[in-house]
Design a protein around this ligand. Structure first.
Ligand SMILES: Nc1ncnc2c1ncn2[C@@H]1O[C@H](COP(=O)(O)OP(=O)(O)OP(=O)(O)O)[C@@H](O)[C@H]1O
Ligand SMILES: [Mg+2]
Length: 167
């Protein structure tokens, strides 16, 4: 099942808050695919997701090493495919090995290896919306995120105010 919704992120703090919400809802085995032009906020979003899974954990930018792992139970596998020369190079990164069933996998520049991602995933696509905002397209591929969206679990009021409690 596919469903897509859009939201506006007004400033980097909202990108982080939205990410935190995604992280709070993520469970082991989830894959999150992040796409968007240079500088649209993918790494900022990842930092929020990581914070939502393991509060206090700082993510790094894996552009050069391409894969970083943070924490345990669940481990977070953070890949950046920007420097992928060809989709086949994916196999050298060992992402599937790192991403056993207990990991949550976050892939920046996911559009560089679309065929390697599992069919069930959450796709987040960022676009510039003026200087000080981004539009985010939230595309649920598969039942789990579809249901969460239908239940309103990603509605703006669940993440836009940092004081809102997480469930
Ligand atoms: N919603 C937003 N509104 C305005 N600026 C934002 C928003 N989200 C993030 N930013 C800012 O955009 C800039 C780029 O962010 P970031 O490095 O996360 O992008 P990126 O997509 O990972 O870039 P790259 O493709 O170069 O790795 C940062 O200065 C960040 O603070
Ligand atoms: Mg980045």
């Amino acid at each position: 099942m596919d469903i897509e919704v859009r939201s506006l992120l007004r400033g980097a703090a909202e990108t982080v808050s939205f990410g935190r919400r995604i992280g709070a809802l993520a469970i082991p085995g989830d894959w999150v695919a992040l796409t968007g032009d240079l500088g649209t906020g993918k790494t900022t979003l990842v930092s929020g997701i990581v914070e939502g899974i393991h509060p206090g954990t700082r993510s790094r930018s894996p552009t050069y090493v391409r894969v970083e792992v943070y924490g345990v139970s669940p481990a977070i596998v953070h890949a950046d495919l920007y420097r992928l020369q060809a989709p086949g190079e994916w196999d050298t990164l060992g992402i599937e090995d790192l991403a056993d069933r207990d990991a949550i996998v976050l892939v920046e520049w996911a559009d560089r290896a679309p065929d390697r991602l599992p069919a069930e995933r959450l796709e987040l696509t960022l676009r510039y919306s003026g200087e000080a905002a981004r539009e985010i397209r939230i595309h649920a591929r598969g039942d789990r995120w579809h249901t969460l969206i239908k239940e309103g679990k990603l509605d703006r009021d669940t993440w836009s105010d940092a004081l809102y409690p997480r469930d």
